[in-house]
Design a protein around this ligand. Structure first.
Ligand code: SAM
Length: 344
C-alpha cells in the first residue's frame, strides 16, 4: 500500500487523494460505478482506474480538473477526517528527525487520536520497524484500527487502552523494546512511569511529550527528572513566512508634482467634456510615457511600474505572513542512554 511503498497505477479499492485546490484535498476509495462530485463537475471513479498516480483528469465538458495524488503521510494530514486535534507536518517532521526515527525504529505512541502522526511514524520506521499506538476512546480506536488496516500499515499495532492507568504492556510481548516514545496526552506524567519495562536497554531511547499548556510541561519535566531521563529540553516550532519586497521611496516634492499632474489632467478632461468630446476616448494621448518620464514617482494609480524598476528609488522591506499556522504545542524532549550508563 502506498503509505509504506510506492505504487504506479490506480486500482479498484485504492485510496486516492483528490487534489481539487490548494486548500481542498479529498480522500476517496476508488469504487467502480461511483462518482466524485465537485462544484466543477462530476468525476467517475471508473475514469480513474488504470491511470498513473499524479494524473490530471477533467470533467466531460472540460469545465474542471483535479489531480489524483498518491497518499503520503503529509497529504493524509492535510485531508484526513478530524476526530481530534492532530499533529501537523511542521511538528511531526521536526520530532521525527529530532528523535532520530529511522527504518527499523521501534515506536510507542499514545494517544492515537485521528492517526495523523501514526502515518508519519509508520512510513518512517517502515517494514523493518514496529509502531505500538494506544488509544483509550473506543470509537476513535475502532475508526483508527479500520483506517490502518485499509492503508496497509502492517507495521502498526493499535491497542485500546488507558495508558495512564494500565501502561503499555502488550499480551505475549515481554518488552516492546521501544527506542522512540511520543506522548500526545493531557497528562503524560501519569504515563511516563509505565514506560520503564517497555523501552530498549541496549540503545539510546528518545521521548517527546506534546503539550499545549506550560503547566503540563512543568509536571512532565518533573516526572522525567524523577524517572532518570536526561537531556531534557523544551522546544516549540514556529512557522513564519517572510516576504521581501521593494517599496518605492516617496518624498514631498514628488507628491506636489503628482498633484499638479493630476490637476492638469482634470483640467484637460473638463475642456474635452465642454467641447462635447469623450474625455477618455478623445484624449488618447498615451505616449507610452511613464511617470518617471514626467519627473516624479507615481503615488497610487499610475502607469504600471515593475517592482524594482530602474529610474525610481526603492526601499527593501520584509513583511511577516500572519496567516501561517504557528505554535501548536510545547515539545518536551528527553533521552535515556543505553545501560550501564543509564541512571536507573
Ligand atoms: N497525535 C494524534 C494525531 O496526530 O492525530 C492526536 C492525539 S489527540 C490530541 C489525543 C488522543 O489521546 C485522544 O484521541 C484521546 O482520546 C487520547 N487519550 C487521552 N488520554 C489517553 C490515555 N490515558 N490513554 C490512551 N489514550 C488517551
Amino acid at each position: 500500500m502506498p503509505f509504506l511503498d510506492r505504487k504506479k497505477f490506480i486500482e479498484e479499492g485504492d485510496l486516492v487523494l483528490v487534489y481539487v485546490s490548494r486548500t481542498i484535498i479529498k480522500p476517496i476509495y476508488v469504487k467502480s460505478g461511483e462518482h466524485f462530485n465537485t462544484r466543477f463537475g462530476s468525476f467517475p471513479h471508473d475514469s480513474m482506474i488504470g491511470l498513473e498516480f499524479g494524473s490530471q483528469i477533467t470533467t466531460p465538458k472540460d469545465r474542471g480538473f483535479v489531480y489524483l495524488l498518491q497518499p503520503t503521510p503529509e497529504l493524509w494530514t492535510m485531508s484526513l477526517p478530524h476526530r481530534t486535534q492532530i499533529v501537523y507536518s511542521t511538528d511531526s517532521s521536526y520530532i521525527l528527525q529530532r528523535l532520530d526515527v529511522k527504518i527499523g525504529s521501534k515506536v510507542i505512541e499514545a494517544g492515537t487520536g485521528s492517526g495523523s502522526f501514526t502515518h508519519a511514524f509508520a512510513r518512517t520506521v517502515n517494514n523493518e520497524g514496529n509502531l505500538f499506538t494506544f488509544e483509550f476512546h473506543e470509537t476513535r480506536y475502532e475508526k483508527a484500527k479500520e483506517e490502518f488496516l485499509k492503508h496497509g500499515l502492517n507495521n502498526t499495532i493499535i491497542t485500546h487502552r488507558d495508558v495512564c492507568l494500565n501502561g503499555f504492556q502488550i499480551e505475549g510481548i515481554n518488552s516492546l523494546d521501544a527506542d522512540t516514545i511520543f506522548l500526545d496526552l493531557p497528562s503524560p506524567w501519569e504515563a511516563i512511569p509505565h514506560l520503564k519495562n517497555q523501552i530498549a536497554i541496549n540503545r539510546k531511547v528518545g521521548i517527546c511529550c506534546f503539550s499545549p499548556c506550560f503547566e503540563q510541561v512543568v509536571k512532565t519535566v518533573e516526572c522525567l527528572q524523577n524517572d532518570g531521563w536526561i537531556d531534557i529540553e523544551l522546544t516549540e516550532t514556529q512557522g513564519r513566512l517572510f516576504e521581501s519586497h521593494k517599496t518605492m521611496k516617496r518624498d514631498v516634492d514628488d507628491a506636489i508634482k503628482r498633484l499638479k499632474y493630476v490637476k492638469e489632467k482634470q483640467r484637460e478632461g473638463l475642456e474635452l467634456i465642454k467641447a462635447g468630446k469623450h474625455p477618455r476616448k478623445d484624449n488618447n494621448n498615451d505616449s507610452g510615457l511613464k511617470e518617471k518620464d514626467y519627473g516624479f514617482n507615481p503615488f497610487g494609480r499610475g502607469k504600471r511600474i515593475i517592482e524594482g524598476e530602474e529610474g525610481f528609488d526603492w526601499f527593501n522591506v520584509t513583511r511577516l505572513e500572519s496567516e501561517v499556522k504557528t505554535h501548536t504545542s510545547y515539545l518536551v524532549f528527553a533521552s535515556k542512554m543505553p545501560e550501564p550508563k543509564r541512571i536507573i
